[in-house]
Design a protein around this ligand. Sequence first.
Ligand code: AHR
Length: 631
Amino acid sequence: MRNRFLLSVCLVFFAFPIALAAQGTSLTIHVDQPVATVSPTLYGLMTEAINHSYDGGLYAELVSDRAIGHGFGALFHWNMVARGDSAVNLSVDETTGPSAALPRSLKVDVTAATAAAPAGVENDGFWGIAVRPHTIYSGSFYAKTDSPGVPVTVSLENDATGEVAASATVTGLTGTWQQHTYTLTTGDVPVTSNNHLILTVPRPATVWFNLISLFPPTYDGRVHGNRIGLMDLLAAMRPKFLRFPGGNYLEGRSIAERFDWKKTIGPWVDRPTHMSPWGYRSSDGMGLLEFLEWCQDLHMQPVLAVYAGYSLDHEHVNPGPGLEPYVQDVLDEIQYVTGAAETKWGAERVKDGHPEPFPLHYVEIGNEDEFDRSGSYDARFAQFYRALKAKYPEIQLIATAPVKSVTPDVLDEHFYMSAEEAFAQAHHYDSASRNGPKIFVGEWATREGDPTPNLEAALADAAWLTGLERNSDLVIMASYAPLFVNVSPGAMQWAPDLIGYNALTSYGSPSYWVQQMFSTYLGTQVVSTDLAGAAPRVFESVTRNPSVQRLYIKIVNATSETQPILIRLFGTGKMMPAATLISLSGRTPNATNSIADPRAVVPVERRIQIAGPKFQWSFAPYSVSVLDVSY
Ligand code: AHR
């Protein structure tokens, strides 16, 4: 939980088509002089369970606290339903549950009920449950009863109107734990999010429940998959990799609460769930395999962060024999991801429903291990490095802090900045050594805006990104953090976050759109440029893709003045007289997007005329622009 830099600035942008009088600023571009190769993996995603990123976020489960956990808050989202003269008691029963991993249950003890006045339990979802018309919802629960044959009616009911959007009755409950499935199909109902899931019985009975679940349609129809709107936003970013599962979420508050991957695979009933360091319990429905399938669905390569023996309470495992089980655990994890069906852990993956191995080129050892005050990271990293390289020499190993005993392939550096700092750091890597490990900027953000970054932050982000792009021979990967925030009251632990949502809808922040622009309009080579006479807070990055003869000129004007820039292209053939201008703008530096106004600041695209290899363009105050030029 680090805040390395801090900043602030302003921005807003209007794409001014009118060429203003030159004030001496020129950008000279030698199109035929590539100076660096753009990393094909430059732009990706970093993710962890923070701000209800998965439960109450990307993971499409609609029921909160579906696994009945232990201790305080176990029934926080479960309330009794007693219609008419019916009566019911709810409690957590620690003596019976569907499995060894989930040894407890929700005991629904109905003492009076009729068909006209049923009783049972309801769940309020994650700040509501979204209901849409003509939609099929897939549900299941584990249950047993003292009254075999008692029917359970499951329904989606609107809090304000009491209207039942969909309902189904589950029969076949017995005295032993069994999983039951149901389907809820809505008709011509309005789109709402103020709904509850309600389970009732029509006569006195005791029913024990666990893992009560309900899913809407998911992205690509994946069973128990991800929320469609959020996946669409991610897909538009064209991310090349996903760093998971953290972040602090990997480390846990203590060693016992680390992301223990073996407890996140297989049927839900075998996943015990765990406390995340961000103050809420994780269902672990988003387990190791689900992260990998997320990568598969968006064609991203996994950057697998593995637990390395250090947790947030500064507990650490000493290098040497004590660390060996953790090293073996990582070898097992890599085998689960990449192994053939004949291997022990590859066979587990097949059993879990994924016969094909996943590609794996990057493994990150730990997270932010410079905070380990014992100084043990150097030796811990070396122990992992030797064991992993011996078995998987081709996998690139990422260190989270500088180490000396061995040379990591890649070093992960994090930057949380104010806008001022982001502008100042835009040239951070220009003169960095090329003799050490490659750099992965595994977490970065300009911290302006709450819950999501405003236009000011987006300008600073764009300035920072020009620096990463120009230096992407060294900086091979970069990912903003945190990625997600549920903006409902009380759901957020960290601001700002790239993408916001509630139970019903979602939006990309101005910073999201900057990244979408940078990643969409990216060449394969950085070309030689010279920006002369520019005001402070004007930034550039130019890349080309020779295979399609396209040039992408990115200009950030973070000043309050229009900036006329004379653009001079050398080394081009015959040029097209038109180019595409993609620009991001807003009326004030505080302009931002929100649930209520999700598209206040979004890029606008249009065709413009250019005079030839030498042309002037006026870049509006507080603007981020891409000129997409065919040469
Ligand atoms: O992004 C939020 C947190 O910041 C991450 O979990 C951690 O790695 C960093 O300190």
